[in-house]
Design a protein around this ligand. Structure first.
Ligand code: PMP
Length: 359
């Protein structure tokens, strides 16, 4: 088998064990005599799969009883609209902490719905850090505070949360299951699956009970969280294959020792790469040390031609998808849960070798 080392930011590498298991069960899932892709979403066989995935997510993330878990479609991007449509109350404002392109996009959608306020932004620092947000002054008037817990493009991550009575909403698309968090610190956590959870096409929403049921009657049924919580994600045909795959991913995480163990590995992986970057006299990290992401690691040489040459060199060593997002350039290595430390070592080695060859 000729599999490359895939540093893609998403959809991204999945554990080979999980892919092989899915392959072995593809035509006959759980002895149902049919594939999960052929099952009615109303069948007992699929209901068991849905229950299992929900049960595992609850267990692995330690989700309290007063939260609902939803499996929706439309990506994290649809949540940019669903959050304000469901949670932004009349005469209130939606607070946003702007830490990169994804939070800018989330804010843009909220503006279409109602009043918004930018609590803090690191735009002036090219999003190379998480801004200071100790100054939330108008807490009483906020329906929620939205953060992007891990910034996939810019490579930053929140290590503390704003102090506010308003529910904190976390776009955790590129951070979910990478480190332990306290779910009860949040009103809503949402994530597109295509990084640490499973394949593209399913979005996980974890929402606190008291935030459900306040939307306007005019809100289209499909955009209302209450529709989906009442029907347990079965109001319409859910992304059945994706839900099944998330279940397999969660079983794999459990087999490693849960998120605690996964976080330990992720910290080791990230330290290894940041060390290689910081020790290099060719590459540098554009991100402030304290705010560096464990999942997405951007680095640059400062010269586009050199960056291109490095990407070419890396590809010749089967190290692929290292090109930085088009908005920031340079390189970006995404080190999601599925990436073993040996693959990060190979990247560090390639960086050192490349540096030697061009000196
Ligand atoms: N938020 C973040 C932090 C992301 O990384 C992404 C996708 N890379 C999105 C939102 C958008 O997700 P989707 O493509 O699932 O709409």
């Amino acid at each position: 088998m000729d599999r490359v080392v895939n540093f893609s930011a998403g959809p991204s590498a999945m554990p080979l064990e999980v892919l092989m298991r899915a392959q072995s069960e593809l035509v006959d899932t759980n002895h149902a005599g049919m594939s999960v892709m052929e099952m009615s979403h109303r069948s007992k066989a699929f209901e068991d799969i849905l229950e299992n995935t929900k049960h595992l997510l609850k267990k692995v993330m330690n989700i309290p009883e007063n939260y609902k878990i939803l499996f929706l479609q439309g990506g994290a991007s649809l949540q940019f609209s669903m959050i304000p449509l469901n949670l932004l109350q009349k005469d209130h404002e939606a607070g946003y902490i702007i830490t990169g392109s994804w939070s800018q996009k989330a804010l843009k959608e909220a503006k279409k719905v109602g009043q918004t306020t930018v609590i803090a932004t690191s735009e002036g620092d090219q999003f190379g850090q998480i801004p200071d947000f100790s100054n939330i002054t108008h807490s009483n008037n906020l329906s929620y505070v939205h953060i992007t817990g891990n910034n996939t493009i810019e490579g930053t991550r929140f290590t503390k949360l704003p102090k506010t009575d308003a529910p904190i909403i976390n776009d955790w698309s590129s951070g979910i299951l990478s480190e332990e968090i306290n779910v009860s610190d949040y009103g809503v956590i949402y994530a597109g699956a295509q990084k640490n959870l499973g394949p593209a096409g399913v979005t996980v929403v974890i929402i606190r009970d008291d935030l459900i049921g306040h939307a306007s009657d005019t809100l289209p049924t499909m955009l209302n969280y209450e529709t989906h919580t009442k029907a347990d994600s079965l109001y319409h045909t859910p992304p059945t294959f994706g839900i099944y795959m998330i279940g397999l991913m969660l079983e794999w995480i459990e087999s490693l020792g849960g998120v605690k163990e996964v976080e330990k590995r992720n910290r080791e992986k990230a330290s290894l790469l940041y060390e290689a970057i910081d020790q290099s006299s060719l590459f540098y990290s554009p991100v402030k040390k304290e705010d560096r992401s464990l999942m997405n690691v951007p680095f640059k040489s400062g010269n586009e031609e050199t960056d291109r040459a490095f990407l070419h060199y890396a590809a010749s060593k089967q190290l692929v998808e290292l090109k930085g997002h088009r908005s920031v350039g340079g390189m970006r290595a995404s080190l999601y849960n599925a990436m073993p430390i040996e693959h990060v070592e190979r990247l560090c080695e390639a960086m050192r070798e490349f540096e030697r060859t061009i000196k």
